[in-house]
Design a protein around this ligand. Structure first.
Ligand SMILES: Nc1ncnc2c1ncn2[C@@H]1O[C@H](COP(=O)(O)OP(=O)(O)OP(=O)(O)O)[C@@H](O)[C@H]1O
Length: 355
């Protein structure tokens, strides 16, 4: 086994007779920031909790720094977890909350004081050490929760939606703080989130899960630009990729809403007449192309820097366009949409990408 940060080998989890994680293999390099994303119920938290040792592994193996920890007690795994709920002790001061885990391990008082001071400095909460959690804002509480993980000096940090209880503005600033923390500490971090932006901005590697399986794992840019299947293509990116019903016509052509468009792919495995999905990202569509897909604008959303056009193709299929500059467009207008050829995606009927 390599001495990589964290390894999951054929990991399975069942609750009773129901298997919810179906043989996950992952190799997380030491020091990487890995983000698990996927729809509700896909198994993100279960996977994280198995790495933490809070859930038993039904089958397979988990290794941290080359050591098999599958059956090791959570406290002996070299991990620290930060929860969405903060899980602070309400009757203790911030200082005591930070020190508690180390006290339980009978760590030397001088060492505890030193680590608490260092964590407080990193998180800029020195002035809060004598307060109780009830006297802190949500963002401050989350800093304390992170501080409690830092003082334990774990090999691996695990974050379970740590920012989802914060308001939008605070989420952004805490997100930047967590990125800074990763840069300063250099530890392996595994992070679960529902938030696309958190995933894209924090991750070295995004792991896209669906129904207890890994659909794709790779750097944010790879999962965005080079998705392996229609599910990943539709999940990564906001607004989501337009996934349109089309028919393969052969020779690098697809037919969509009665129009023939170029799809510069090999077409391997396809025969003319096959149903395919034509994927176009809203941000890659060019309004006013001389030759392109015709669409009628139904609703227009103005967001300042950009506009979203909610359109319909001539066969009624919906399509979203992100529109930044150009002539005024109004609802009811018919527009012609272009898209660079290298930004056109084709998926076969079972959703696999055809390259
Ligand atoms: N204690 C349990 N008993 C039975 N089934 C469970 C239990 N915990 C989780 N599950 C099931 O396991 C699957 C994965 O759940 P999990 O909480 O890991 O998903 P998630 O991706 O974290 O979802 P969310 O984003 O909604 O938090 C779900 O189908 C869930 O219903």
């Amino acid at each position: 086994m390599s001495d990589n940060g964290v390894q999951l080998i054929e990991v399975r989890k069942s609750y009773g007779s129901m298997e919810v994680i179906h043989g996950v293999n992952l190799s997380i390099p030491d020091g990487a920031f890995v983000v698990f994303v996927g729809p509700s119920g896909c198994g993100k938290s279960t996977l994280l909790r198995m790495i933490a040792g809070l859930e038993e592994v039904t089958d397979g193996e988990i290794a941290i720094k080359g050591r098999d920890v599958t059956d090791v007690d959570p406290s002996q795994r070299g991990i620290a977890m930060v929860f969405q709920s903060y899980a602070l002790y309400p009757h203790m001061t911030v200082r005591d909350n930070l020190a508690f885990g180390l006290k339980m391990q009978r760590t030397d008082k001088a060492v505890i004081d030193e680590r608490v001071a260092a964590a407080a400095a990193i998180l800029k909460i020195e002035q809060l050490l004598d307060r109780r959690p009830g006297q802190l804002s949500g963002g401050q509480r989350q800093r304390v929760a992170i501080g409690r993980a830092i003082v334990r000096q774990p090999e691996v940090f695990l974050f379970d939606e740590p920012l989802s209880n914060l308001d939008a503005e605070l989420r952004v600033s805490m997100r930047v703080e967590i990125a800074r923390l990763h840069r300063e500490l250099g530890n392996t971090m595994i992070y679960v989130t529902h938030d696309q932006t958190e995933a894209m901005t924090l991750a070295d590697v995004i792991v896209v899960l669906r129904d207890g399986r890994v659909e794709q794992a790779g750097p944010p840019r790879t999962v965005y630009e080079d998705p392996d299947n229609a599910f990943v293509a539709g999940f990564i990116g906001s607004p989501r990729m337009n996934l349109l019903d089309a028919v393969w016509r052969g020779n690098g052509k697809v037919e969509i809403a009665g129009q023939v468009e170029a799809a510069p792919i090999s077409g391997a495995g396809l025969v003319p007449g096959d149903k395919v999905t034509f994927g176009l990202r809203p941000e890659h569509l060019i309004v006013g192309a001389t030759d392109g897909i015709m669409a009628r604008v139904d609703v227009l959303e103005y967001l300042g820097g950009t506009r979203y056009l909610y359109c319909q193709l001539t066969d009624g299929q919906p399509l979203i366009v992100e529109y930044r500059d150009g002539p005024d467009v109004r609802s009811g207008d018919t527009i012609t949409l272009g898209c660079p050829e290298n930004r056109r995606y084709i998926f076969n009927e079972s959703g696999a990408r055809i390259r």
